[in-house]
Design a protein around this ligand. Structure first.
Ligand code: FPP
Length: 232
């Protein structure tokens, strides 16, 4: 694939773990466990393909409504995943970042995230951003409140952007959502004003690198005008 037609920033809503498990008569957490394996494959593939930023929706601010056992399982899985995959991140020159209302997360998880962010901070290849306890509206509210605290009397796009969780995170070029749902679900709403959307019925645990490449190929054929016109 031509490098110039690759999206710089890809976001993924990794949906369908629960349904994948249910169809097999397995507990929901089994779907998350296999889903985490898919995440690993896609992180490695995306970094090898030359994607610069990959944002993954791992836990939304609304996901607290799930049974406590499932929430705890997800936090444990993320903890094991990020710390267990340190070597993999380093081998692939992947920088790990996390964004969301992190202070509401269990302290062991906050510490784990801090550790892996620090240990991969020198990696200059792809940045993998895990959105955890993340909501797009909450991100905007948090940004505005921090700007007010700093004394800003007027918010411009530039000011707001500079207060987002990861200010250097560019606008989202391509958003992929699995499992057949056709929604954005409060993911990166500031950054997705001009995003190309790509949906598949595949459930996240069944999502493959081949299908990821298909999404990138479809993206490369789209004409993006950003509200203007393209003179051919
Ligand atoms: C959506 O499936 C998935 C989530 C809420 C969690 C996403 C988490 C993972 C892919 C694994 C997390 C761990 C790492 C290390 C990334 P769902 O439970 O909403 O599925 P359903 O819609 O079929 O119920």
């Amino acid at each position: 694939m031509e490098v110039e037609s690759l999206p710089c920033h890809v976001g993924i809503i990794m949906d369908g773990n629960g349904r994948w498990a249910k169809r097999r008569g397995l507990p929901r957490i089994e779907g998350h466990r296999v889903g985490a394996e898919t995440t690993e494959k896609i992180v490695v593939a995306a970094s090898k393909l030359g994607i610069k930023y990959l944002s993954l929706f791992a836990f939304s601010t609304e996901n607290w409504k799930r049974p406590k056992e499932e929430v705890n399982f997800l936090f444990n899985l993320m903890y094991q995943y990020v710390l267990g995959k340190l070597e993999l991140f380093l081998e692939n020159n992947v920088r790990f970042r996390v964004m969301g209302r992190l202070r509401e997360l269990p302290s062991y998880l906050q510490e784990g995230f801090k550790e892996i962010e620090l240990k991969t901070s020198h990696c200059s290849g792809m940045t993998a951003v895990f959105a955890v306890n993340y909501g797009g509206r909450q991100e905007i509210i948090d940004a505005v409140n921090r700007a007010i605290k700093d004394g800003h009397l007027e918010i411009t796009e530039e000011v707001l952007r500079s207060y987002l969780y990861i200010p250097e995170l560019p606008d989202l070029d391509l958003l992929i959502r699995t499992s057949g749902e056709l929604r954005i679900s409060n993911f990166l709403i500031w950054q997705s004003a001009y995003t190309e959307l790509w949906f598949t019925n595949t459930l996240w645990p069944d999502f493959t690198v081949e299908e990821f490449k298909k999404a990138l190929l479809d993206y490369s054929k789209r004409e993006r005008r950003f509200g203007g016109i393209n003179e051919k």
